[in-house]
Design a protein around this ligand. Structure first.
Ligand code: BTN
Length: 261
């Protein structure tokens, strides 16, 4: 059952997110369409939902493998003053998806900044993008894009085999896409309403995949290993070097020994 009405029926009437849902069995990219709609004045909370993407977008210009059996959704936000920080928005979204999954008894870990891991493999990626007003130059809209692997991924490309997994493989659960989408949207509505007070950081840290692990960072021009020990409010990673000194690292300057290039 793919109809957006079924999913909307699961949302409460006072949810601003999900008042309008566009559903596609297959699309190139829900973020691509959401951006186009947002630039054309689509309302805050409009959702684009798909069962498969042929040109899913990932972070740093990468593609996002989006076969059938996944949940691919994008939410259009008309930002208020507080929602202008993409790092907080993506981390807050990660917490919302983590909490939605826990409603189905699935406990994920959040890899800094915004990947969700289940049993040491990625099951969810998040891509937040912004668009500027052509006249004023101010932030016009934000898009939250979420890709979640629900069903067994078949034909997974070789290079992703040890990196990605899905809920069915890890838990045996066959979760209905509409129920999961509704749970995510409800959590998103709640978490975003608390974005400015950073309360999501408590859950973010508690379920971190990153804290306590060794990271390789570029610090003062030199590559060093360090231990990840905490997060700043704006999602910098606090690391401690072997000599006991600490530094705050931004996402482009750290990697994990187990990461692929
Ligand atoms: C990443 O892990 O690099 C981020 C992946 C984000 C994928 C989602 S799927 C829904 C939305 N539409 C896209 O084209 N990308 C995002």
């Amino acid at each position: 059952m793919n109809s957006p009405e079924i999913m909307q029926g699961m949302l409460t009437k006072n949810c601003s997110i999900g008042q309008k849902v566009l559903y596609f069995d297959e699309i190139d990219s829900t973020n691509r369409l959401a951006k186009e709609l947002a630039a054309d004045r689509a309302a805050h909370g409009t959702v684009v939902l798909a069962g498969k993407q042929t040109a899913g977008r990932g972070r740093i210009g990468k593609s996002f493998y989006s076969p059938e059996g996944g949940l691919y959704l994008s939410v259009i936000l008309r930002p208020t003053q507080e929602i202008s920080d993409l790092m907080s928005l993506t981390a807050c979204t990660a917490v919302a998806v983590h909490k939605a999954l826990s409603e189905f008894d699935i406990t994920t870990k959040i890899k800094w900044v915004n990947d969700l891991f289940l049993n040491d493999r990625k099951i969810c990626g998040i891509l937040c993008e912004g668009g500027f007003h052509p006249q004023s130059g101010g932030l016009d809209y934000l898009i939250i894009g979420i890709g979640l692997n629900l069903r067994k991924i078949t034909d997974i490309p070789q290079e992703l085999r040890n990196i990605f997994t899905d809920i069915e493989t890890e838990t045996g659960l066959l979760i209905d896409r509409n129920s999961m989408a509704a749970a995510i949207l409800k959590q998103l509505e709640f978490q975003l309403s608390n974005l400015s007070n950073h309360s999501f950081l408590k859950t973010y840290s508690k379920h971190s995949y990153t804290l306590g692990k060794t990271v390789i960072v570029i610090h003062e021009g030199i590559e060093k290993t360090a231990e990840a020990i905490g997060f700043t409010q704006d999602l910098g990673l606090i690391v401690r070097f072997s000599d006991g000194t600490e530094a705050v690292i931004t996402s482009g300057t750290a990697r994990f020994p187990q990461d692929t290039p």
